[in-house]
Ligand binder design. Structure first.
Ligand code: S3P
Length: 176
């Protein structure tokens, strides 16, 4: 069993798409923090934001992070865009030894992908406000990650991540 791969980045950076491809290549299990929360609560993310508010949603996210990190190995975990902006979540993954990868995709590309979606942050903010959030968060993703990936070609991104995993792998016999 190997350490989990945690994908972070802004909404629309491709965490789910890349995560599924990566999991298929590595024969890992793919999981998305938003899916975990929706399955646990029986509510959609927009419903949770609307009925219980963002703060409650962030607590649910933290619970999902703890649950995933505490029990699981060999998982590719796609995190919601807010997860790795909170140090308490970064700390959980770090303590578990998971590898954190930041998909650093330009704002305009992300925005094109998310602008017509029902994500609460997209519905409740102007493009300009989202751009500011993007910039503030980018610094946090950079601080949290072990590896930053750029580029837009999905196959190339997956290849780069896999190369990074192999190059950081130390055979058991050389560990001590
Ligand atoms: C959020 C991102 C969403 C989802 C929620 C909040 C955020 O996930 O968790 O709408 O704060 O950036 P994706 O990044 O998968 O869209």
């Amino acid at each position: 069993m190997s350490r989990n791969i945690v994908l972070c980045g802004f909404m629309g950076s491709g965490k789910t798409t890349i995560g599924k491809m990566l999991a298929q290549h590595l024969l890992y299990t793919f999981v998305d923090t938003d899916d975990v929360i929706e399955a646990t609560t029986g509510m959609t993310v927009p419903q949770i934001f609307e009925i219980h508010g963002e703060e409650h949603y962030r607590d649910l996210e933290h619970n999902a992070v703890k649950e995933l990190a505490s029990r699981k190995k060999s998982h590719v975990i796609a995190t919601g865009g807010g997860v790795m902006t909170l140090q308490r979540n970064v700390d959980v993954f770090r303590a578990h030894g998971d590898k954190i990868i930041f998909l650093d995709i330009p704002f305009e590309v992300c925005y094109k992908r998310i602008k017509d979606s029902d994500r609460p942050l997209v519905r409740n903010n102007t493009k300009e406000a989202l751009h500011e959030i993007y910039h503030a968060r980018r610094d946090l993703y950079l601080a949290a990650c072990d590896q930053r990936i750029t580029g837009l070609d999905s196959q190339a991104i997956v290849r780069e991540i896999i190369q990074g995993i192999h190059s950081s792998y130390t055979p058991e016999s050389e560990r001590y």
